[in-house]
Write a protein that binds this ligand. Structure first.
Ligand SMILES: NC(=O)c1ccc[n+]([C@@H]2O[C@H](COP(=O)([O-])OP(=O)(O)OC[C@H]3O[C@@H](n4cnc5c(N)ncnc54)[C@H](O)[C@@H]3O)[C@@H](O)[C@H]2O)c1
Ligand SMILES: O=c1ccn([C@@H]2O[C@H](COP(=O)(O)OP(=O)(O)O[C@H]3O[C@H](CO)[C@H](O)[C@H](O)[C@H]3O)[C@@H](O)[C@H]2O)c(=O)[nH]1
Length: 337
């Protein structure tokens, strides 16, 4: 039996596919390559010394899914495939709902048709909305999202919840990621955003390599110790391992369950710049700019539920996050291209 990984050629997906192959699982990757490169999977296979089956296709393509489930014995699905740019989602809400929400419904329908009921979903801390108390804890009701992207994650969690009420065989875990950063320690795979990065670490890394002149720090007057926003950054390899723990835990889950995957600690933007400079030996010129619309001042995870029930916790700190980001960026100045 194989694990189907949708979006498995992407940033978090590729690290998870590697972890699955390394522990001996068989993997089928389904990715339409709208934000990824086939090269990522080639490198994953080389690192693992084991092949995955790659299917270039779309989660919205029912015929493709039918064919995939008919030709491979799938035991569980890890579902990463999504559009994920917050700003873009406010300009293209219909595309986001169609790809992320409608796409997930098609995937779940075809899973049901194929008799596959084990499901792990990439959710996000953003489902807690703007007013949730910090640290975010799973018992806080979700809602109050501030972008179509965030709302698409919220809607999918509600779809999972309702499907679990109706279908006793459905076992589903939503993993609410905080801020994934870093890369595999080999420097062979990592985050490769197209165009100008939206996220902090890829932006810093591209300044360090000379592709961008300087970093704009969005807001220096937040009610935080140094005035810049605080986030809970988590090493992508720790995050990938969380998916394996979640898969192993699925048999014990009744219906739908959500877990935070975070480190449980916040770092400010200025702390991240300093840590990157220390790890890379590069200066990061930056300028404080106006606040970015929709940014919250500070949030981090209460990650104790995943610790207790999934036996999962982070083992890589800020030094490893920075070292591995820089290793990936300096070895691959133009990403996978
Ligand atoms: N990176 C983050 O900060 C973050 C935080 C929280 C949640 N997430 C979620 O984690 C998941 C993975 O994120 P990532 O950072 O690896 O992003 P990514 O863009 O690198 O990976 C997503 C992958 O899905 C593929 N894809 C998109 N739409 C598809 C479709 N319709 N059919 C098939 N493939 C499709 C893309 O080509 C890409 O390879 C996403 O669901 C994202 O929303 C990411
Ligand atoms: O060029 C930049 C980019 C970011 N930032 C700041 O750096 C922090 C982190 O920003 P990111 O864009 O890297 O991450 P976000 O916290 O905004 O959001 C990310 O993590 C969230 C969950 O925590 C959601 O999943 C979301 O989709 C994902 O992009 C924020 O304070 C932001 O203002 C800058 O100062 N300059």
């Amino acid at each position: 039996m194989a694990i189907l990984v949708t979006g498995g050629a992407g940033y978090i997906g590729s690290h998870t596919v590697l972890a699955l192959l390394q522990r001996g699982d068989d993997v089928v990757v389904l990715d339409n390559l709208c934000n990824a490169s086939r090269e990522a999977i080639n490198r994953v296979e080389k690192l693992a010394g084991k092949k995955a089956t790659f299917v270039e296709g779309d989660i919205r393509d029912r015929a493709c899914l039918r064919d995939l489930f008919a030709s491979h014995a799938i035991s569980a699905v890890i579902h990463f495939a999504a559009l994920k740019a917050v700003g873009e989602s406010t300009r293209m809400p219909l595309e986001y709902y169609e790809n992320n929400v409608a796409g997930t419904v098609v995937l779940l329908e075809e899973m049901r048709a194929a008799g596959v009921f084990d499901f792990i979903f990439s959710s996000s801390a953003t489902v807690y909305g703007a007013d949730a108390p910090v640290p975010y804890v799973e018992t806080t009701p979700i809602g109050g999202t501030t972008s179509p992207y965030g709302t698409s994650k919220l809607m999918i969690e509600l779809v999972m919840r309702d499907f679990a009420f109706a279908e006793p065989k459905f076992k589903a875990i939503a993993l609410r990621y905080f801020n994934p950063v870093g890369a595999h320690e080999s420097g062979e795979i990592g985050e490769d955003p197209s165009g100008i990065p939206n996220n902090l670490l890829p932006y810093i890394a591209q300044v360090a390599i000379g592709r961008l002149p300087q970093l704009g720090v969005f807001g220096g007057d937040y009610p935080t110790p140094d005035g810049t926003c605080q986030r809970d950054y988590i090493h992508v390899v720790d995050l990938a391992e969380g998916h394996l723990k979640a898969l192993d835990h699925l048999p014990k889950v009744e219906g739908y369950k959500a877990y935070n995957l975070g480190a449980g600690k916040g770092y400010s933007v200025l702390e991240m710049i300093k840590a990157f400079e220390a790890a890379s030996g590069k200066q990061i010129p930056y300028e404080i700019k106006p606040r970015r619309d929709g940014d919250l001042a500070a949030f981090w995870a209460d990650a104790s539920l995943a610790d207790k029930e999934l036996d999962w916790r982070v083992s890589r700190g800020i030094e490893e996050m920075m070292r591995d980001t820089w290793n990936w960026q300096s070895k691959n100045p133009n990403g996978f291209r």
